[in-house]
Design a protein around this ligand. Structure first.
Ligand SMILES: Cc1ncc(C[n+]2csc(CCOP(=O)(O)OP(=O)(O)O)c2C)c(N)n1
Length: 622
């Protein structure tokens, strides 16, 4: 096993191989990926789908001199394996191991760090223009999926690519999937192009029928027209791209090394932008992933034999509690609608989508549009709930400000994966949202201490008639029983959980660790009251000021960057009042680029776990 792979130290070693050897190598790479990802978890089905495509690219082009730019970058495992990182591949997504996305700090073959979608065409165009302006001579190749092509930035790039016409190769990895089934009119157009192949067969078939049938009646004329239309598709496929000024090649069978090598060689000779439409299958080579590419898009560790996940936990995730609460509320209020930007499963909205298909919208990887679309729906009398991961909502900052908050339009934002996010590394951390939301006019910012409170917060948010953001972490809840009946939390009201002399006020996921730390501090003679803030905006000013009047120490805790975050909000309140002589500390995250690792490892490093809180408060008290 791995007879060929063990000889591949760099892409140069591929160039000596025959197509037959490359095809064996593809098998060996798939097997390595399946084995490693079954241990570490990771993006399985996207990577299994691009093995031949990656081999053909590295066979034809000369990286790192030629630049290969991956969109999202979740499909870079074969690329990492053949660019000198085969031995380290088992450390994928582990603390101090290989990052699951392209990473310039790791290798000169990774020209551009990614994690968020739809960036590759813009970045690649920039590189191509820089090359041409400096009279240099290398190829720039960007690989973009059909899912990522639903993002607006990809079209902004195409607009300029067709205008400038610099030499640039776009490999469209078409597999009909985003994380879930791909959506939208562009996706339909791409599948229409692919279906040209079937028309080709149909045309031949019809031709042969026409040959043997002498009479040409009305039905025959209809058939003849269909043949003509099909012929148009065949002879001018990709007309749309051609009209944009981008040469279209394809569709190409994306698992045929011979076809891929041939088309990439041809594309190399073209002096302008060219798009190669490669048809691939997500999960290729591993039947559980092939039959359920969505589940294996980003899989947790699994049993290779069966595909079953390892380490099942009975506690529901925050995402699923959110999704169920949305269904419950929508049953009672027909104006509630839900929106996702290509993450129906990850955000927990699948049950909503199946129960209320006409009130559910998957807009594609289009966070900016999702926010703006929601604002329009709200103006029309609906109550939109927009579920987007904290890190991806960063995309829509201006829409939040300009299109929702300035007009005080009631849209509810459910920010999943808020706080520290495991395994995916710096691009996926959800640690900025308190900061980027708190200063928006009219925006209410909430975070539940556990999953039961999340349900009540969703109900409450829909009653406030302002823009509201609810942030909650990735993963399992705390196992708190879920109330049947949902209640409304009065706007801005915090919750006192433990009496004490000084104040420890925690936001969201930090509440329980704060409570545990405070119980231990009691034993050290340090008496901290613990308050569940619930709101970063509006703050429970009355409660905080009452402590400020009586106490000497106020400490805030949040799972987000402290610069401009929740603690800063409390500090600003105290500064506004001026008259307090108190000692104040904010606990949270520094401005840094966060390492790959498990949540526990990262929290420990930044002293945000119970032990870290205990030590930080004890040291401060002294
Ligand atoms: C801005 C942004 N929103 C959402 C995501 C989550 N996400 C990661 S991969 C993916 C689907 C990408 O589909 P496609 O480009 O077709 O690649 P495939 O996985 O099908 O190979 C999504 C939605 C993201 N990475 N970035």
């Amino acid at each position: 096993m791995n007879e060929i792979l063990k000889r591949i130290e760099s892409p140069q070693d591929l160039k000596q191989l025959s197509v037959k050897d490359l095809s064996h190598l593809a098998k060996e790479i798939r097997s390595l990926i399946i084995n490693v990802v079954s241990n570490t978890g990771g993006h399985l089905s996207p990577n299994l789908g691009v093995v031949e495509l990656t081999l053909a690219l590295h066979y034809v082009f000369d990286a790192p001199r030629d630049k290969i730019v991956w969109d999202v970058g979740h499909q870079c495992y074969p690329h990492k394996i053949i660019t000198g990182r085969r031995e380290e591949f088992s450390s994928l997504r582990q603390h101090q191991g290989l990052c699951g996305f392209p990473c310039r700090e790791e290798s000169e073959y990774d020209v551009y760090n990614t994690g968020h979608a739809s960036t590759a065409l813009s970045a690649a165009l920039g590189m191509a223009v820089a090359r041409d302006k400096k009279n240099e001579d290398y190829h720039v190749v960007s690989v973009v999926g059909d899912g990522s092509l639903t993002g607006g930035m990809a079209w902004e790039a195409l607009n300029q690519i067709g205008h400038l016409r610099d030499r640039l190769i776009i490999v469209l990895n078409y597999n009909e999937m985003s994380i879930s089934q791909n959506v939208g009119a562009i996706s339909k157009y791409l599948s229409y192009l692919v279906s040209g192949q079937h028309y080709l067969k149909m045309k031949d078939h019809v031709k042969s029928v026409l040959k043997i049938v002498p009479a040409v009646g009305k039905p025959m004329i209809k058939v003849a027209r269909a043949v003509e239309e099909a012929a148009q598709k065949i002879f001018f496929p990709g007309l749309f791209f051609e009209r944009l000024g981008v040469k279209y090649m394809g569709p190409v069978q994306g698992h045929s090394l011979r076809s891929l090598i041939e088309v990439f060689k041809k594309a190399k000779t073209y002096d302008g932008p060219v798009l190669i439409h490669c048809v691939t299958q997500k999960g290729k080579g591993y039947s559980p992933a092939k039959s359920n590419p969505e589940r294996f898009h980003s899989a947790s560790p699994f049993d290779v034999r069966t595909g079953e996940s390892l380490g099942k936990d009975e506690k529901p995730t925050f995402s699923s509690v959110f999704g169920q609460a949305a269904v419950k509320i929508a049953k009672e209020d027909e104006n509630v609608v839900a929106i996702t930007a290509a993450m129906p499963d990850g955000t927990g909205l699948k049950p909503f989508a199946s129960q209320f298909p006409e009130r559910f919208f998957d807009v594609g990887i289009a966070e900016q549009h999702a926010v703006e679309f929601a604002a329009g729906l709200a103006i029309g009398g609906f109550k939109p709930v927009v579920a987007i991961y904290s890190t991806f909502l960063q995309r829509a900052y201006d829409q939040l400000h300009h299109d929702v908050c300035l007009m005080d339009i009631p849209v509810v934002f459910a920010l999943d994966r808020a706080g520290i996010v495991p395994d995916d590394g710096p691009t996926h951390q959800g640690i900025n949202d308190i900061v980027y939301l708190r200063h928006l006019p009219n925006m209410i910012v909430m975070a539940p201490k556990e999953e039961n409170e999340l349900q009540h917060m969703l109900k409450s948010a829909l009653s406030y008639t302002h823009p509201v953001a609810i942030r909650f972490p990735k993963g399992k809840g705390l196992g708190i029983p879920l109330d049947e009946e949902l209640k409304e939390i009065p706007l801005g009201q915090s919750e006192l959980l433990k009496e004490g002399k000084h104040l420890l006020i925690a936001f969201g996921s930090m509440v329980y660790p704060a409570l545990e730390a405070a119980r231990r501090l009691d034993k050290e003679g340090i008496s901290m009251a613990v308050v569940n803030a619930r709101f970063a905006k509006p703050l429970d000013e009355k409660m905080i000021l009452s402590f400020a009047h009586r106490k000497r120490i106020i400490i805030t805790a949040e799972e987000g960057v402290t610069a401009g975050g929740f603690g800063s909000a409390v500090r600003e309140l105290l500064d506004r009042e001026k008259k307090f002589n108190i000692r104040f500390k904010r606990i949270g995250l520094p401005l840094e680029i966060y390492p790959v690792g498990k949540i526990e490892q990262i929290k420990k490093k930044y002293l945000l776990d119970e032990e870290g809180l205990f030590q930080q408060i004890k040291d401060f008290y002294k």
